[in-house]
Design a binder for this molecule. Structure first.
Ligand code: NAD
Length: 257
């Protein structure tokens, strides 16, 4: 198959949305999955629903002890870590630039950037301790590559993780560690649960997705399929890559020459 069977995978933000879909996909391909999330009940429900025995842990990726605890959980339950999907993220404030507070900006950076740094570092340390290679995927965003007026902190964080991606891929290559990213487009999850459905929430996402080239919103399974591919041996010659999974949204030009 694709070399995922029997591997141990840690997925952050696994209680719902894209992370839960990835956990299900990796388990369906035979991996053991540790579901890490601040939402412990959600992570437990996902872990208990998987096709292979899984584990769960309450962990806040923005803190060093949270990342340590999910790595420790994986080692305690399954003895090792081979695959890591760094997926936990928050949208944060949709306030326009002049109204965005420093606290709001910092909160998004703490989860979306510091969490990815800590997780990538922990993965490299664990691979070194095991004396083995491994594979890492970061969830970026179409906001890693494009800008919009109402998501300044979010898109700054998603641009920043590409810096981690590139540095980690160059560092990891000679060690046999591959690091890639997915850049989802519009996937109606709970990411914007705090915003009204009509203005930025799920209804608005579905409406905006209807004008992208593939004329629909993405699903968690659409993203999970690409994550599983990048984590697998089928992507053995890919590292440092950002794979857009956005129904073609990012190739549309808004400027007509
Ligand atoms: P979601 O809200 O359904 O899932 C995010 C998960 O992360 C939740 O289960 C949440 O509890 C968890 N989480 C939040 N903060 C955390 C923390 N500090 N520590 C641990 N877990 C934490 O949203 P989603 O759409 O599935 O988002 C997953 C990833 O996909 C995020 O990184 C997001 O930025 C990215 N993304 C989503 C979209 C989209 O349209 N939904 C588009 C591009 C990128």
């Amino acid at each position: 198959m694709r070399g995922l069977s029997g591997k141990v995978a840690v997925v952050t933000g696994a209680a719902g949305g894209i992370g839960a879909a990835t956990a299900r996909r990796l388990a369906a391909e035979g991996a053991h999955v540790v579901a890490a999330d601040t939402d412990e009940a959600g992570a437990k429900a996902v872990a208990e629903s998987l096709a292979t025995p899984g584990a769960w842990v309450r962990a806040d990726v923005s803190h060093e002890d949270g990342v340590t605890s999910y790595m420790d959980t994986a080692v305690e339950w399954f003895g090792r870590v081979d695959l890591h999907h760094l997926n936990a993220g928050i949208a944060g404030s949709l306030a326009p630039l002049p109204e965005l507070t420093l606290a709001e900006f910092n909160q998004v950076m703490a989860v979306n950037v510091r969490g990815v740094f800590l997780g990538v570092r922990a993965a490299f340390r664990q691979f070194a301790a095991q004396g083995s290679a491994g594979s890492v995927v970061i969830t970026g965003s179409i906001g890693s590559l494009r800008g919009s007026a109402d998501l300044l902190a979010y898109q700054t964080s998603k641009h920043a993780v590409l810096g981690i991606l590139h540095g980690a891929a160059v560092y990891g290559g000679p060690l046999g560690v591959r690091v890639n990213a997915v850049a989802p487009g519009i996937v109606p999850t709970d990411l914007f649960a705090a915003t009204p459905d009509a203005v930025g929430g799920k209804d608005d996402m579905v409406r905006r997705a209807s004008s992208t080239p593939l004329r629909r919103a993405g699903t968690g399974d659409d993203i999970a399929a690409a994550v599983a591919f990048l984590l697998s041996d089928e992507a053995a010659y890919m590292t440092g890559e950002v794979v857009s999974i956005d129904g073609g949204a990012s190739v549309v030009s808004t400027v007509r020459p």
